[in-house]
Ligand binder design. Structure first.
Ligand SMILES: N[C@@H](CCC(=O)N[C@@H](CS)C(=O)NCC(=O)O)C(=O)O
Length: 210
């Protein structure tokens, strides 16, 4: 049984909860409050020296970090993880793009504007760059989605899950999606996928094994 260390309002953690829900995989959820430093305790650092969530315990004392690596692991062997060589590389292309161009901008803006009290004043200078770079990333996604339903091939994959997590909260942190109709249509398409769960959804608690 997997154990997922996650924070409810973390987009990176939401990716994993969304994939596990969609795949119908049961797991134990452990809430880690990063705002209280809970991912930086000696106990947590022994599990993930990088001090971040999400973190998946895949087997007793075997831990996997990095949301997109976790997506590849949990979705392996299912239609969510493309097997065809080029489709797999395209999925990775978009998941690297997500980590390099989307998450550091929209994710950072979401963290400081939506989760941290007074965050706007603390990050006034950085915010300008996050907005510019975040809009650039949305522009790239818009061009791709103008002629396609999903990011890879013609069906829903973990690349969509990775990109959905922070794009769907962009309007909660100053981004205006009016100029991105294809992105908005894609957001609606993802939310209508079978097995979709919103960010505030939690699995029913399971008995903890140890
Ligand atoms: N590249 C990592 C980023 C993970 C990340 O930034 N996690 C944040 C929450 S969304 C975190 O744990 N921050 C706490 C800290 O760095 O102390 C991933 O995709 O999983």
């Amino acid at each position: 049984m997997y154990r997922l260390y996650s924070m409810q309002r973390s987009g990176n953690s939401y990716k994993v909860r969304l994939a596990l829900a969609r795949l119908g995989i049961p797991y134990n959820l452990v809430e880690v409050d990063i705002l209280q430093g809970e991912s930086r305790t000696p106990d947590f650092l022994a599990k993930n020296p990088n001090g971040q969530i999400p973190l998946l315990e895949v087997a007793p004392n075997r831990y996997l970090a990095e949301s997109n690596a976790i997506l590849w692991y949990v979705a392996g062997g299912t239609t969510l993880a493309p097997e065809d060589r080029i489709d797999r590389a395209v999925a990775m292309q978009w998941m690297f793009f997500e980590q390099h161009s989307l998450e550091p901008n929209i994710g950072a803006a979401y963290f400081w504007l939506a989760l941290i009290k007074g965050g706007r004043d603390l990050q006034r200078h950085a915010l300008e760059d996050w907005m510019e770079n975040g809009y650039n990333a949305l522009g790239v996604m818009e061009m791709h989605l103008a002629k396609r339903r999903f990011f890879v091939g013609e069906h829903f994959t973990i690349a969509d899950i990775a990109l959905y997590a922070y794009t769907h909260v962009a309007e909660q942190c100053d981004f205006e999606l009016r100029r991105y109709p294809a992105v908005r249509a894609w957001l609606e398409r993802i939310a209508a996928e079978p097995g979709h769960v919103p960010m505030d959804w939690q699995p029913a608690p399971l008995a903890v094994a140890d």
